[in-house]
Design a protein around this ligand. Sequence first.
Ligand code: NDP
Ligand code: GUE
Length: 292
Amino acid sequence: MEILSGKIVAEAVKTQITADTILHKNNTGITPHLAAILIGNDGASETYVASKIKNCADVGFKSTLIRFDGDASQAAIEAAIVQLNNDTAVHGILVQLPLPKHINEQQIINLINPLKDVDGFHPISIGNMVLGNASFIPATPYGIMLMLKHYGIDTVGKHAVVIGRSNIVGRPMSILLSQATNPGNCTVTLCHSKTQNLKAICKEADIVIAALGIPGFLKADMVKEGAIIIDVGITRVADSSKKTGFAIKGDVDFDAVAPKASFITPVPGGVGLMTIAALLTNTLTAAKLAAQ
Ligand SMILES: NC(=O)C1=CN([C@@H]2O[C@H](COP(=O)(O)OP(=O)(O)OC[C@H]3O[C@@H](n4cnc5c(N)ncnc54)[C@H](OP(=O)(O)O)[C@@H]3O)[C@@H](O)[C@H]2O)C=CC1
Ligand SMILES: Nc1nc(=O)c2c([nH]1)NC[C@@H]1CN(c3ccc(C(=O)N[C@@H](CCC(=O)O)C(=O)O)cc3)C=[N+]21
């Protein structure tokens, strides 16, 4: 069993981005700049956005955090997006999800200039991704692809089972793995809460991507010997032994599944760090587009 380390791969990606950013600055005078919009004060979202901002600084990007109270209006958030769309010094715009219930999420995403859509959530980005055109790829599935590539994992012809069909993780993951790319060329099964015989389907998988948000869901008796296990889940679980009062748990029962796996990602230290590395990659791409 080999651990797929998000720490190692994200560091490698960040080292490359840092070098490319220096070149880009020298050649164009442009410093990549990510603007993040955070609405409300959900603890986990605060942590992720803080980490994104810190990672921007690590690689030499500028970043701006725009905060709104949890009761902010749709119009106020939309006005902020229009302003960022028009600001030529901003290359990437990210609206941290989930949004409060009274906000129409798709309407917000639709407003982002597709050339600045570093989350890859705009319908134009998703359409281009599905067609295999150049586009911004959603950061979590993109990060997983970067990780598979870094470790040289052969995915050709493999049966990949993706658990979870959300627009930000499961569905784009299933599309990327099905494409005629490397990594890719998988036979993909996309599962969700209505899937029948999930255990039997998972047992057939050469690659399992667990992205459902139920800690410890994937048990040892659900996986084939030698399978590749990618754990996307991030759930805060109360744990009085931790300073913070909680532990971060993945969707995989790691201790039981790891001995059967050929490769497995840990949580924390796996996919989450790759998500941020992929976001930085997309932001540099956006800055390069702006210089054209
Ligand atoms: N590491 C990272 O960078 C990231 C981690 N995450 C984490 O990944 C997890 C998933 O996130 P996200 O995709 O946004 O979650 P969503 O809640 O949007 O989607 C969950 C999906 O899992 C499916 N599902 C729920 N229960 C079951 C079940 N018992 N069996 C099979 N499928 C089930 C749902 O099915 P249905 O469609 O039928 O409801 C849905 O498609 C969360 O823990 C989240 O925190 C998310 C983004 C980034
Ligand atoms: N518009 C938008 N874009 C996103 O990309 C987005 C989002 N909204 N909403 C929420 C999810 C979640 N997400 C994570 C990012 C980093 C870690 C991460 O850094 N995890 C570390 C640390 C975990 C911790 O200690 O909390 C790890 O796994 O090691 C996790 C999860 C991005 N998301």
